[in-house]
Write a protein that binds this ligand. Sequence first.
Ligand SMILES: [Zn+2]
Length: 398
Amino acid sequence: MICREDSLSLESYTNLNIMRKSTFKSAVLVLAAAFCLISCAPEKEKVWGWVSGNLSMPDEKLEHYFSKCKEVGIDAIIMECHSGKPVVLDSTSFRDSAALEIIRRAVPYAKKYGIELHAWMWTTNRVEKHLREAHPEWYQVNAQGESCLDIKLYNREHYRWLCPSHPECTEYLKDRVRELAEIEGLDGIHLDFIRYPDVILPYGLHESRGVVQDKVYPLWDFCYCETCRAEFKKLTGIDPLDLEDPTANEQWMQFRWDLMSKMASEIAAEIKKCGKTASAAVFASPEESKKLVRQDWANFRNFDFLFPMIYHKFYAKEDPWVETATREGVEALEAADNPAKLCSGLFVGHVPSDRIPEFLQYVDNGGSTGVCFFSLEGIDNTPEYWDKLKVALQTIKK
Ligand SMILES: [Zn+2]
């Protein structure tokens, strides 16, 4: 029996194949589009919310957050699991079973309501007592030669910071990523505190924290650990401790920005390798981030999303700065040829419930991909916020 294809000329055979391929391609595209309609909000309109997670959160509270998000139009929850409470880990493997349990418990609710779940972990700011005792040499040192383990920066017990020049620190954090990524049903991993400690606090916080930071002071200027000093000296011949005005030395600034970018990019690569969405919370605008916390996030590579926390009142800025900071971030990513999408973060306490649409307009005008609210607890604690948010989100999702 002669198969019909056998009788076709080469030309018609080729055409048939092209037709088959293009029909196949169209089918794939239609299927992909259909899948996306079912499972994901268009990114431009995607709405996220940060929420603290803890082991003591009752099931009813998890049910409450996920069901409310579904009801008002929040598509993704970023749940904190590595947090600021000093803990003693239960084994020398450093596996953080509490963090894993927090996320595991949330997965069924995410599935039930069709909400994306991202695990929010603290990154360079690590408070585990076990780690502090095992590796004090991994922690950052200020320009006065004091380890952040020995002083209580800003009177905060949790201000303990790993140094990015130690490859072991990056490996430690990649281990935490891998153990989280094993959780079935988790969509992504979100890095917070991926930076140096605040050399200058956001301007709106100086008075309440009782600090005078009209310039860079050595108490708050990190990292001058042995490794960082030796690496920088190898590169430039200069010991940064000898610099009269360290901030004025471009090489020393760039050295620290680059170290943090390298660490962030390597951890994000690990998140991607595990098949998860990689994202990070970063300071409000690219320039303020570099200046206040030595975080050059436009050069953080391998991320799907970067969330500048544009909590404008902490920077003593007027409301329209939300749009300005968003635009500056988008432009900085473009200039750095960084394909990560920017999603502006808003502080619920700075966005009155009756003016939510105005702020959504700011982030949209600035070029943000979606919007993220800090925090779901903040929404919960503000009367009528859920209802007002629902109405506002309906208008952007039309
Ligand atoms: Zn260091």
